[in-house]
Every structure is written in C-alpha cells, then in structure tokens.
Design a protein around this ligand. Sequence first.
Ligand SMILES: [Zn+2]
Ligand SMILES: [Zn+2]
Ligand SMILES: [Zn+2]
Length: 151
Amino acid sequence: MRLAIIKRMDDWIATTEEALRTAGHRAGGARAALIDELARRDCCRSAQELHAALRARGRSVGVATVYRVLDTLVELGLVQRVEIGDGISRFEAAVPSAHHHHVVCDDCGKVEAFTDVSLERAISVLPAQLGYDIVAHEVLLRGECGDCRAA
Ligand SMILES: [Zn+2]
Ligand SMILES: [Zn+2]
Ligand SMILES: [Zn+2]
C-alpha cells in the first residue's frame, strides 16, 4: 500500500481503485460509483446516506455491497470510519491533505468538520511524550450548534 502518495483526491481515487483490484474485488459500476460518491463528499456520511445518494443518481447499488466495500476500504486505511456515539458509523475518504476533525450537535445531530493548526501542533508533540508510535488520531467535540442555540 502506497498511502504516502495520496496527496489529493485524484490520488485517493486512483489508489483506492488499485487497492480494491489488488484485494481481489471485481471492478464494477457499483464499486466505482461508491468511490466517486466518497470523493465528492468533504466529510463523513453513513452507509445509508451514501446508498441513498447513489440511488438518487440512478445507481442501483445494493446496501450490502456498500457496506462490504466500505469495510474493505476501512481495512485498507483508505476510508476513515467516524464514530460520534450515536451507534451509526460514518465514512469518509482518508486523504492526509484533507485531515480534519468533527464537532457534533447533540440537539440536531449535525456533524461538521473543523481544522486547527495549533491543535495539530499540540498533538504532534505527544508521541515523543508518550513514547508511542502514533499512526492516527481523532478529536471529537460535542455540544449545541449555533442554529440550535438560536432556536
Ligand atoms: Zn469529516
Ligand atoms: Zn444543532
Ligand atoms: Zn488532527
């Protein structure tokens, strides 16, 4: 796996296609459509949402196929599984240049992305402090969004 070469979404699409091919997954319209759907999103979606979006675009992809391909891509490190504590797994393309974190509204359930340079800097010194070889990190903030606070 050459994850290091993934810099942009185009690289992600190419690497993902190749990884699935190597993993023995049959090339097919369903698979390509799901990869395309993930590439269009800048943040996470549930398997059901991805499935609905594919259907809305006229792609008849079975929900079981969506789950199966997503599981494979998570295993390969090409898709990030995002858990916000509501029991629904969400998925997004794992693109280092698009690295971000999530803030969740506990009232309306909205999930938004955020990035913060000083947060990343603070996290980057932790491996040495902890004596760990850190390969990934997640930060999840939760609370009440501006819309819900205003309502
Ligand atoms: Zn996201
Ligand atoms: Zn809200
Ligand atoms: Zn981060």
